[in-house]
Design a protein around this ligand. Structure first.
Ligand SMILES: *Cc1c(COP(=O)(O)O)cnc(C)c1O
Length: 435
């Protein structure tokens, strides 16, 4: 099962200086951590620890559908040309030095070309900052945009259900976090009325995640236009986490920046999902600012980008090749995910007490546990814990995404493993169901 070493943030919290010192005159070690360490929780890691604390009673082979890491089984091999390009970068010895904090010009140009080719959005290399994954990109953009409370109050709008890292990264910043709903009955699209009602003078950014983790949704052009209208009305920029950009099958992905003729859009993407190499830790930020109203943001991103050296020089050297990956390779990956999406959808529809909308993007199915369907399992955590114990199948409860009453299935196994999952899930639901 997941061999994750857990570092609980809570362990780091020390209430104050050590109390073992006896002499009154002796100065005490001032070893303490910031209270924000205790505020920063990662519910995914914590839930993983609690569910997998005991070995399953089942003798079946464990199946991990918990972590959103496409290399776990693996789903598919990374693009061969990408591997060759990294190998070449290692061997030619030309990429061992420090690079510009925001990234080398060649690598940023590769990002510009990639977004032109796939999104038909024109950036210049000054609009691009390379980061150590989207995670660091988010951290960078949040800290650029959010002021200390002593200076000004602020808030930021996040999706619910949504990716837990957003909240974890915001824990050491002073913005109030407000959640807008994504509606299952509407293919998990954004509740725009709610989004509208949450915006005020202090809103610094709206964050959208499309295609979505954990919903597996892919917003329509009209839905994105609706979000842009609200941002336009309130004059608020949008952070678009498009790490799953173009990972769709039922309908084409629409990049938010391609629709915006006024709203500043900060798009984040990277190699972790579409290119199947999350361990390479590589991402980027692109600023699309059609009216030129966000030059302070542009400066801020550049400035913060230079606080660190940019991401790994070897991957930067290989980036032009990686990002030029042929469409056929992505199609192979997507057709595998789509097959899994169909298996899960059919299997869940046939299982008593479960239902799910058919996912159209990313690599997840977000499954609803019908209320009252499993009387002995009081919530999604109890459901996931019992499923792990009895069937050795690990899924993340919706609670990890701010949405109790659901669980998330990662569409990243070979098809035969997923068929096995469905059999176990149906057996589990038959056993626990009240029907
Ligand atoms: C996996 C994921 C990321 C990727 O983060 P990296 O730091 O680039 O690995 C970002 N956003 C969402 C919603 C994700 O699911």
């Amino acid at each position: 099962m997941p061999d994750i070493k857990l570092i609980q943030c809570q362990d780091a919290l020390v209430a104050g200086p050590s109390k073992t010192i006896t002499s009154k005159t002796e100065k005490q070690w001032n070893v303490r951590v910031s209270p924000s360490v205790n505020r920063s929780r990662n519910p995914i890691r914590e839930t993983l620890a609690s569910i997998t604390a005991n070995t399953p009673s089942s003798s079946k082979a464990p199946i991990n559908l918990g972590l959103g890491d496409p290399t776990y089984y693996p789903l598919h091999s990374p693009p061969p040309a990408a591997i060759a390009a990294v190998e070449k970068a290692v061997l030619d010895g030309k990429s061992n030095g420090y690079l510009n904090g925001v990234g080398s010009s060649e690598a940023r140009q590769a990002v510009v070309d990639y977004h032109m080719r796939w999104d038909q959005v024109q950036y210049s290399i000054d609009d691009v900052v390379l980061t150590h994954g989207v995670g660091q990109g988010l951290d960078l953009i949040f800290s650029v945009m959010i002021p200390p409370a002593s200076v000004e109050r602020s808030n930021i709008l996040l999706p619910r259900p949504g990716f837990a890292q957003y909240t974890a990264l915001l824990a050491n910043l002073d913005a109030e976090v407000r959640y807008y709903d994504c509606l299952e009955e509407n293919d998990w699209e954004v509740d725009v009325d709610m989004l509208n009602s949450l915006c005020d003078e202090e809103t610094r950014a709206i964050l959208i995640n499309n295609p979505s983790n954990p919903c597996g949704s892919n917003y329509s052009r009209e839905a994105l236009q609706g979000i842009l209208e609200i941002a336009e009305k309130h004059k608020i920029p949008i952070i678009a986490d498009e790490i799953y950009g173009h990972m769709t099958w039922s309908s084409p992905f629409v990049p938010l920046a391609s629709l915006s003729t006024s709203v500043p859009i900060i798009t984040l993407s990277g190699l972790s999902k579409r290119f199947l190499v999350p361990g390479w830790r590589f991402g980027w930020i692109c600023l699309h600012d059609p009216l030129g109203v966000a030059s302070s943001l542009k400066k801020g991103i550049q400035c913060w980008g230079n606080r660190f050296m940019g991401p790994n020089s070897l991957i930067q050297a290989a980036l032009p090749t990686i990002l030029a990956t042929e469409p056929e390779w992505y199609d192979q990956v997507l057709s595998k995910i789509e097959v899994l999406a169909k298996i899960v959808h059919k299997g869940v529809s046939d299982a008593p007490g479960l239902s799910a909308t058919f996912p159209s993007g990313a690599m997840y199915s977000f499954v609803k546990i019908e209320e009252g369907a499993f009387p002995a399992l009081q919530d999604d955590v109890a459901f996931a814990t019992a499923l792990y114990n009895e069937q050795a199948v690990f899924v993340l409860p919706g609670m990890c995404f701010g949405m109790p009453g659901y669980f998330r299935v990662v569409l990243g196994t070979p098809a035969d493993v997923m068929l096995d999952v469905i059999e176990r899930l149906q057996e589990f639901c038959q056993k626990h169901g009240d029907l």
